[in-house]
Design a protein around this ligand. Structure first.
Ligand code: NAD
Length: 291
């Protein structure tokens, strides 16, 4: 078992660090929040007082932070100076592709190896150790990161070079944002046309309108497997996080001149939802604005 530095013990990172400790790793955990550090201690990690201390002597240094600015700052101010030359740097945060590439270059300039490894799956998957990781980095770097990621997830997939993990994540979530809205719209229309929601689900879920948004995360209460809709849209994948990912997708699209009309429309609709009553709700709650 290895020494692992873990920086960022929030909703996602807390469960991920706990799973590494459960697998027997010596996890040195750091967060700005004292509460998060206490939770990490209770989960079998050793809380430390700086990010540099978490990074020192670690075979793997994992970050799970809110956005690109946090990752760049923690790398520049702590990780890159404290890391062993043999360490693998793994950023699991969802951040912009440009920053992901830049931090990997900053690491390489110091003789260090880094990968971007954002996740699919929410807080429940982080706690259960069933995340999917999409990894950007060299083949060798992927091989070094893979055992640590496998201890926190059910699938670890090599997406390509540095930045490719983030590219996969935002492209995936752009599909998710657009299909969720389309699914909500269709249920709202079906209702107005007098079609029973359960009957529509029974038909669309085995027809060409089927998608993950329909069959795994149905936005209508009491229809399909249990989902946040059954809890009045509490918990799950918060609408502001979907909005964040859509903004990252649009930013990436603009940087390469890609045409993303559905992604753009989804971003506008999620922005309006979050500005209205949606900030504290699961992203499937957008159906409330479409009914
Ligand atoms: P969070 O806000 O709950 O946790 C972030 C943690 O980082 C906080 O505990 C905060 O105190 C800590 N932090 C911030 N700056 C720091 C610094 N300089 N040094 C140390 N700690 C610092 O966020 P989260 O929900 O855990 O999400 C983390 C990342 O995972 C985000 O990029 C998010 O987009 C992504 N993500 C989240 C979900 C989800 O469902 N929550 C799903 C997939 C991906």
């Amino acid at each position: 078992m290895a020494r692992v530095g873990f920086i960022g013990l929030g909703n996602m990172g807390g469960g991920m660090a706990a799973n590494l400790a459960k697998k027997g790793h010596d996890v040195r955990a750091f967060d700005l929040s004292a509460e998060a550090l206490e939770r990490a201690r209770a989960a079998g990690c050793l809380p430390v007082v700086t990010a540099a201390e978490a990074a020192e002597g670690a075979e793997a240094i994992i970050t799970m932070l809110p956005a690109g600015t946090h990752v760049e700052q923690v790398y520049a101010q702590s990780v890159l100076d404290a890391a062993l030359p043999s360490a693998i740097l793994i950023d699991c945060s969802t951040i912009d592709v440009a920053t992901a590439k830049r931090v990997a270059e900053m690491a390489a300039a110091k003789g260090l190896v880094a990968v971007d490894a954002p996740v699919s799956g929410g807080i429940a998957a982080a706690n259960a150790g069933t995340l999917t990781f999409m990894v950007g980095g060299s083949k060798d770097a992927f091989g070094r990161a893979e055992p640590f990621l496998a201890d926190m997830g059910k699938a670890v997939i090599h997406a390509g070079a540095n930045g490719a993990g983030q590219a996969a994540k935002i492209c995936n979530n752009m599909i998710l944002g657009a299909t969720m809205i389309a699914t909500c719209e269709a249920f709202a229309l079906a209702e107005k046309l007098g079609l029973d929601a359960q009957r529509f689900y029974d038909i669309a879920s085995v027809s060409s309108g089927q998608s993950w948004s329909m069959t795994s995360y149905c936005p209508v209460p009491g229809v399909g497997p249990e989902s946040p809709a059954d809890r009045d849209y509490q918990g799950g994948f918060a609408a502001p996080l979907m909005l964040k990912d859509l903004k990252l997708a649009l930013e990436a699209a603009a940087s390469v001149g890609a045409n993303v009309p559905m992604g753009t429309r989804a971003e506008h609709l999620y922005q309006a939802f979050v500005d209205g009553d949606g900030a504290g709700l699961d992203f499937s709650g957008i159906i409330k604005t479409l009914r």
